[in-house]
Design a protein around this ligand. Structure first.
Ligand code: RFL
Ligand code: PHB
Length: 391
């Protein structure tokens, strides 16, 4: 099989890239290890930055998002038993975020690729990327029990943190910057209407908690736990009791409870591999970088990467001009490092570090109070949270 752009991975990055390329008349094939059902059900992100929603809308992928997504103009920080609203629009010239789950973005993009007759091969495992130093790279993959080769002009690895794309770059050519954190998130999905209109980020001596949502009837909540902890230790009642404790506030606020339909623990890490290109192989999304989820940036970075890359590939395809492709890594990494810093800051600000000293805790509370009381500090948080323009 042959195509212009071979894409590994049908997460948000790979699917959106394939869709954007199609709109520019560029042919691509997406290889995805998992089944369609699996990628459509995998619970992950829930917040789309202003610019992400705009990219989806402008590409014709925002129709259901605009009908069913929940636009949010603020978030709440809760600490010291009190609530503090951060106005996202005031500090950003009217920018806001959209609550619309990654599962739904993925479903919409798969449906669009399907309608356009696009090639997305599920159950297709990329095994190696070859010839990236030549003008004729290829992907060796296994599909339906047989090994095959996809010949391409360009290969884009959108295969997430554990994929093979990044590992196909010869040893020593990538610089990796990394940090792990002494905490993880226990995430639940519950059939209960959200107990808040806006997301609540709570800092508590017992650990961080987040109240998010998927729809007017489904809540998504997270608790900071130890990375070695197991969901076996967290029966439903214990989860609700702990959430109640960490969300305690001086007002009349109550957390509604309902049946928990999903439970999982995710470790937290910051990671950047650069440059995001080697020869004819490009890296995009989680394949190149990871952020801890506190800043809600991972999916948004994946969208920003492939938006840049699609534009660069169109220049190359239509004008035979490689300038934008040559600039891709540097341009993408500027945004990546801004998001790395913001995600690190939000994570350090809100979590309870088991190794923290009393001095560290006093600094953390001082920083929280500063954000809650200073227009400049809250506008800075809002600008990063709602996201800078994509291109
Ligand atoms: P994905 O989504 O991991 O997709 C990669 C795809 O590649 C496939 N694959 C392969 N296919 C073929 N051959 C191989 N050898 C392959 N190896 C892997 C995989 O099966 C998969 O389908 O990466 P992508 O597209 O870069 O998208 C990144 C986002 O998924 C990720 O950054 C976000 O989910 C992170 N994230 C959040 N991001 C946000 O912007 N806002 C949020 O609110 C937010 N919350 C979260 C999050 C991530 C979380 N977890 C579970 C890590 C909350 C959580 C709890
Ligand atoms: C989510 O809804 O899953 C979510 C929201 C905000 C975050 C992280 C995750 O910061």
């Amino acid at each position: 099989m042959r195509t212009r752009v071979g894409i590994i991975g049908a997460g948000p990055a790979g699917l959106l890239l394939s869709h954007l390329l199609h709109r520019q008349g560029i042919d691509s094939v997406v290889l995805e290890l998992r089944s369609r059902d699996y990628v459509e059900q995998r619970q992950r992100a829930g917040i789309l930055e202003h610019g992400t929603a705009e990219v989806l809308r402008a590409s014709g992928a925002g129709e259901r998002m605009d009908r069913q997504g929940l636009p949010h103009e603020g978030i709440e920080l809760r600490f010291d038993g009190r609530s503090h609203r951060i106005d996202l629009t005031a500090g950003t010239g009217g920018r806001s975020v959209m609550v619309y789950a990654q599962t739904e973005v993925v479903k919409d993009l798969i449906a669009l690729r399907e309608q356009a007759g696009g090639a997305v091969l599920f159950g297709a495992e990329a095994l190696s990327v070859d010839g990236v130093d030549t003008t004729a790279p290829s992907i060796r993959y296994r599909h339906g029990g047989a090994e095959r080769t996809l010949d391409c002009d360009i290969v884009v690895a959108c295969d997430g943190f554990h994929g093979i794309g990044r590992r196909s770059v010869p040893e020593g050519l990538l610089t990796v910057s990394e940090r792990t954190y002494p905490f993880a998130w226990l995430g639940i999905l519950a059939d209960v209407p959200p107990s808040c209109d806006e997301l609540v980020y709570a800092h508590h001596a017992r650990g961080f908690a987040l109240h998010s949502m998927r729809s007017p009837r489904v809540s998504r909540l997270y608790l900071q736990v130890d990375p070695a902890d197991s969901t076996d230790n967290w029966p439903d009642e214990r989860i609700w009791d702990e959430l109640d404790t960490r969300f305690t506030t001086d007002g009349a606020w109550r957390l509604g409870r309902g049946p928990i339909t999903e439970k999982g623990i995710t470790p937290m890490r910051s990671f950047v591999a650069e440059p995001m290109r080697h020869g004819r192989l490009f890296l995009a999304g989680d394949a190149a970088h990871i952020v801890p989820p506190t800043g809600a940036k991972g999916l948004n970075l994946a969208v920003a990467d492939v938006t840049l890359l699609a534009r660069a590939l169109a220049h190359w395809h239509i004008r035979q001009d490689e300038t934008l492709l040559d600039g891709y890594s540097e341009t993408a990494l500027r945004r990546v490092w801004r998001a790395e810093h913001f995600s690190y800051t939000m994570t350090s600000l809100l979590h309870t570090d088991p190794g923290a000293t009393d001095f560290d805790r006093r600094l953390q509370l001082s920083h929280l109070r500063y954000i809650a009381s200073s227009g400049a500090a809250s506008a800075s948080l809002a600008e990063n949270y709602a996201g800078l323009p994509v291109v």
